[in-house]
Design a protein around this ligand. Structure first.
Ligand SMILES: Cc1ncc(COP(=O)(O)O)c(C=O)c1O
Length: 453
């Protein structure tokens, strides 16, 4: 027993006092299992199921679940009874982590602010780019996911996330992802403080821009005095191979936001890397030394987790591994999914991989598919996720802003056998979709039940 519950049913507390709708959705999808131990790429349930994690908590678990080195670092930090949340000291571990992050990121990034979440990192970018340029307008790319706080949400066009929450920041605009001419037109007005973009749009459907897009974006930003911000919350920390996805494209952004995997999957931590001049625009004098801060910024546990996560990524050469395993994964998937009319494309960089589905041409399947779409646009993908989980013990998810793309993003510690297992399982699910009418009848029944709860 790790904690006391007021009721005899330890699981009832969540449904009663936290988020019953989430629990009901997981129940309906047969995914509300009780995890007992999570290690590396494997999640073990209380009834002995061993589930292969191909989601990584949306790119949090790059170093694998509960890596012993990171757990040890956190225990050590607690045992030493050092300063925690003192708000009155200079943190040595924050200095060490910032030094290592800027060295790994390279380019013109010289200073670091440490928030606790990706959204808070995006809020930081909004404030700093405004302070730096004296402009208020903010530009983002269609399909982006930047977080759900009000500022970050103002930089996401998808209506699903915004509905019911009222007005967001007024001076925002979007451009199509990958469209250099439109970016030029917008930024040419000289009104925008920043252009924020994910080098690979993860929730947008694992969309990879053309080879020249980010370099062109950087050049336009420099020419128009716009701060060039890369959101690497999912794509950073060696997820795509190099430390930053920016390194694939040869760009030197003014600001980079990291979060998720920096924590080693154990405590909240984010980092905003920036140029010296951006830093000075905000903290330019003694009286402004804490003009932008946050209670949990630079806290000892987060900094130690970040340092330990970097150690593991480097010592286990997880960047190289992500590149190699990513190639293998895509090769195996292309092989296993070849010839199926509903598979449009397999794409990705490193271990950030997407399988895009499309509407079937054949009439019988098309009718069933359209019924799914009518119930909810995410429903088809959720059934694929549910099948992988229930029938093959594999955890995945579809992309938050592109429901026809299934994301495959295992911990970077995944081995060849895990890649094979995933490819075989998705091959089997896709075979059922195309060859087994019972797939559609069962799935439609389930979809209607889920839609009605
Ligand atoms: C690319 C990207 N940016 C920002 C965020 C927001 O991060 P957080 O949920 O830590 O606030 C996310 C979250 O999924 C993300 O994927």
């Amino acid at each position: 027993m790790q904690y006391e519950s007021l009721t005899t049913d330890r699981r009832a507390g969540y449904g009663n006092f936290v988020n019953p709708q989430w629990a009901r959705l997981l129940d309906a999808l047969s995914m509300n299992v009780r995890y007992e131990r999570c290690e590396g790429v494997e999640l073990v349930t209380d009834d002995g199921r061993r589930i292969l994690d191909f989601l990584s908590g949306y790119c949090v678990h790059n170093t694998g679940h509960n890596h012993p080195r990171i757990v040890e670092a956190l225990k050590d930090e607690l045992d030493r009874s050092g300063p925690a949340m003192l708000q009155s000291h200079v943190s040595e571990s924050a200095g060490a982590l910032a030094e290592r992050l800027t060295a790994k990121a390279g380019g013109i990034l010289r200073k670091v602010f440490f928030p606790s979440t990706g959204s808070e990192g995006v809020e930081t970018a909004i404030k700093f780019s405004r302070a730096h340029t004296g402009r208020r307008h903010l530009l983002y790319a269609d399909g982006a996911f930047h977080g759900l706080t009000c500022g970050a949400l103002s930089l996401m066009g998808h209506p699903f996330w915004r509905e019911g929450f009222g007005e967001m920041l007024p001076e925002t605009a979007s451009v199509p992802f990958g469209d250099i001419a439109e970016l030029e037109r917008r930024l040419g007005t000289g009104r925008f403080a920043m252009f924020i973009v994910e080098p690979v749009q993860s929730e947008g459907g694992v969309r990879i821009p053309g080879p020249d897009y980010l370099r062109a974006a950087q050049e336009i930003c420099r020419r128009t005095g716009t701060v060039f911000v890369l959101d690497e919350v999912q794509s950073g920390m060696h997820r795509t191979g190099p430390f930053l996805a920016a390194h694939h494209f040869g760009v030197e952004p003014d600001m980079v936001i990291l979060a998720k995997a920096l924590s080693g999957g154990l405590v909240p931590v984010a980092a905003v890397l920036m140029t010296e001049t951006l830093y000075r625009s905000v903290y330019g004098s003694l009286k402004r030394s804490i003009i932008h801060t946050s209670t949990f910024s630079e806290n000892g546990l987060s900094m130690r987790a970040g340092l330990a996560a970097l150690d593991v990524l480097e010592e286990e050469r997880l960047g190289e591994r992500a590149a190699e395993m990513g190639e293998l994964l895509r090769a195996r998937l292309r092989d296993a999914l070849a010839g199926y009319e509903m598979v449009k494309e397999v794409r990705g960089l490193g271990l950030l991989c997407g399988i895009e589905f499309t509407a079937p041409r054949s009439l019988s399947r098309r009718l069933a598919f359209e019924s799914f779409m009518a119930i909810h646009p995410a429903m088809f993908g959720q059934i694929v996720v549910m099948r992988l989980f229930r029938d093959h013990n594999i955890l995945t998810q579809i992309c938050g802003n592109n429901h026809l793309v299934l994301k495959a993003a295992p911990p970077l510690t995944a081995e060849v056998r895990h890649i094979h297992r995933f490819a075989e399982a998705i091959g089997e699910v896709v075979r059922c979709i195309h060859e087994s009418p019972s797939f559609w009848t069962e799935a439609l029944g389930l979809a209607r039940r889920v839609a009605n709860i």
